[in-house]
Design a protein around this ligand. Structure first.
Ligand code: OW4
Length: 406
C-alpha cells in the first residue's frame, strides 16, 4: 500500500497513537501533537491530525468540508468495503443524514426520556443499596467496573430499549469491536475478530420489529417508520446505532466520573453538598477523560485549515481527548473542577453529529451519582486504575475503590 506523502512544511509525527503505549496513556502524546502545530501529518498512517481545541471544534462544525459519508475510521468507504453496512447516522452526510437524525433525536430527547427518570432513579437507589449491603464496618472495597459502571447501565438500558434477556452478553464485545474497527487493523482488531460475526448476528436480530418489547425505545423507532418519518429499511439500522453506541460509551464514561471523584475528594464533598451538580460532574468527567477519544473525517475538496491545505479525499484524525485538555482553551485543563463550566467540550462531538444519545447517558449518570451521593460519604482509590485498550475509546478494565458509608 502506498501512503499519501505529506506536503513540505507540514509538521510530521512518526508516533503511533494506536500503539498500546499511547492508548494506555495518551495525554503526553496529545501535548506533543498540539505543540507541533495546527495540523500534523501522521506518517505511519498517511493521515492528517488535529489536536487543538479551536481546529477540532471548527472541523466538527463544518460538515460540508469535513465529511462523514466516506467513513469516520482510518479506512475510506470510497476505496474500501466497510466491514458492516455504514451507519445511517455516524457515517452519513446531509441530506441522507437528516431524517434518521431528526427521528432519533426526538426519540432520545429529554422530553421523551422523562418516563425513564423515576424508573432509573429507583433502579440506581436499589443498585447502590444492594451494593452497600456488603459493607463491613461502614466500608466497602470494590472493583467499580463489574459492580457499578458495567452493572448499572446493563441493568437499565437494555430493558429500556426493549431487548430480550438472552444474549445480552453480546452488547459489550460488539461495541468494543466497532470502536476498535475505526482504527487501523492492529493487534486490537485482530484479537477482537474472534466471535464478532456472532455478536453482529445477534445485534442484527434484536433490531427486528417482532423481537422488541412494544413499549421500549426500539419499538419507538419502528413507530417512526410507521408514521413515515423514516423508512422500514432505515429502522433496523437506526436501532443498530443505539445498540452500538449506547453501551460501552456510557460504561466507560461512568468509570471516568467515578475515577475523577475518587481522585478529587473535595469535589465529591461538593457534589454531596449540592447533588444538582451531578450533571456538571458527568460532563466535566467527559471533558477530562473523553471516553470517545478520536474520530476521522474526510476532506471534501481541498480544505484549508489555517496555513495548511488538506487535499481532497484525505483522512483527518480529530483528537477529541486532546482538544478537551488544550490549555489554549481551558484553564488548568488537567483538573477535575466542578467550579468550571465544561460546556463546549467536544467529548460528545459538536455540530450535526453531536452525540444523539447524550441525554440517555446523562440520565443514567445523574441517577447513579445522586444515589451514591446520598449513601456514600467518601470515595477513594483502593488500587491503581487499569485501562482497557481500544482504538477509539479511553476505557477502563478495573477501578478499585474504597467507599465509606454516610
Ligand atoms: C459515537 C457512534 C459510535 C459507534 C457507532 C455508531 C455511532 C453507529 N457514535 O451509528 O453505529
Amino acid at each position: 500500500m502506498t501512503l499519501p506523502i505529506a506536503p513540505p512544511s507540514l509538521p510530521l509525527s512518526d508516533e503511533d497513537p494506536f500503539s498500546a503505549e499511547l492508548l494506555d496513556e495518551p495525554a503526553p502524546f496529545h501535548e506533543r501533537l498540539r505543540d507541533a502545530g495546527e495540523v500534523v501529518f501522521l506518517e505511519r498512517y498517511g493521515v492528517y491530525a488535529m489536536g487543538r481545541y479551536a481546529t477540532v471544534h471548527a472541523a466538527l462544525t463544518d460538515w460540508q468540508q469535513f465529511i462523514s459519508s466516506a467513513g469516520v475510521g482510518v479506512s475510506n468507504f470510497r476505496k474500501e468495503q466497510p466491514w458492516r453496512p455504514p451507519s445511517l447516522l455516524l457515517e452519513a452526510d446531509p441530506p441522507a443524514h437528516n431524517a434518521p437524525r431528526a427521528s432519533l433525536a426526538k426519540i432520545l430527547s429529554p422530553r421523551s426520556l422523562r418516563a425513564y427518570v423515576p424508573i432509573w432513579e429507583a433502579a440506581a437507589e436499589r443498585h447502590v443499596e444492594e451494593l452497600l449491603a456488603d459493607a463491613v464496618d461502614g466500608v466497602l472495597e470494590i472493583d467499580a467496573v463489574p459492580t457499578i459502571t458495567e452493572a448499572f447501565p446493563l441493568r437499565v438500558f437494555p430493558d429500556a430499549v426493549g431487548l430480550e434477556r438472552d444474549g445480552r452478553e453480546h452488547l459489550l464485545p460488539y461495541g468494543d469491536f466497532v470502536f476498535n474497527a475505526f482504527g487501523p487493523h492492529n493487534f486490537l482488531v485482530e484479537a477482537g475478530s474472534v466471535g464478532v460475526s456472532e455478536h453482529a448476528a445477534w445485534i442484527a436480530r434484536q433490531c427486528e420489529r417482532d423481537r422488541l418489547d412494544p413499549t421500549g425505545i426500539g419499538a419507538s423507532v419502528w413507530a417512526a417508520a410507521d408514521r413515515g418519518d423514516i423508512t422500514e429499511q432505515q429502522a433496523p439500522l437506526i436501532i443498530r446505532s443505539i445498540l452500538t453506541a449506547g453501551v460501552d460509551t456510557t460504561i466507560h464514561a461512568l468509570s471516568a466520573v467515578l475515577h475523577a471523584v475518587a481522585n478529587a475528594p473535595n469535589q465529591w464533598a461538593a457534589l454531596r453538598a449540592e447533588p444538582s451538580l451531578a450533571r456538571r460532574a458527568f460532563d466535566e468527567a467527559i471533558r477530562l477523560e473523553s471516553p470517545v477519544q478520536t474520530f476521522f473525517r474526510t476532506a471534501n475538496g481541498d480544505v484549508r485549515i489555517g496555513g495548511t491545505v488538506v487535499p481532497d479525499g484525505q483522512k483527518i484524525l480529530m483528537f477529541l481527548g486532546s482538544a478537551n485538555r488544550d490549555p489554549r482553551h481551558w484553564d488548568h485543563p488537567d483538573d477535575f473542577d466542578l467550579g468550571r463550566d465544561p460546556s463546549g467540550h467536544v467529548g460528545f462531538g459538536m455540530g450535526i453529529h453531536q452525540c444523539v444519545g447524550q441525554h440517555v447517558a446523562r440520565l443514567e449518570a445523574t441517577a447513579l451519582l445522586k444515589a451514591l451521593a446520598a449513601r456514600v460519604r467518601a470515595i477513594e482509590p483502593a488500587g491503581p486504575i487499569r485501562r482497557h485498550l481500544n482504538n477509539t475509546l479511553h476505557a477502563t478494565a478495573s477501578l478499585p475503590l474504597r467507599l465509606a458509608l454516610a
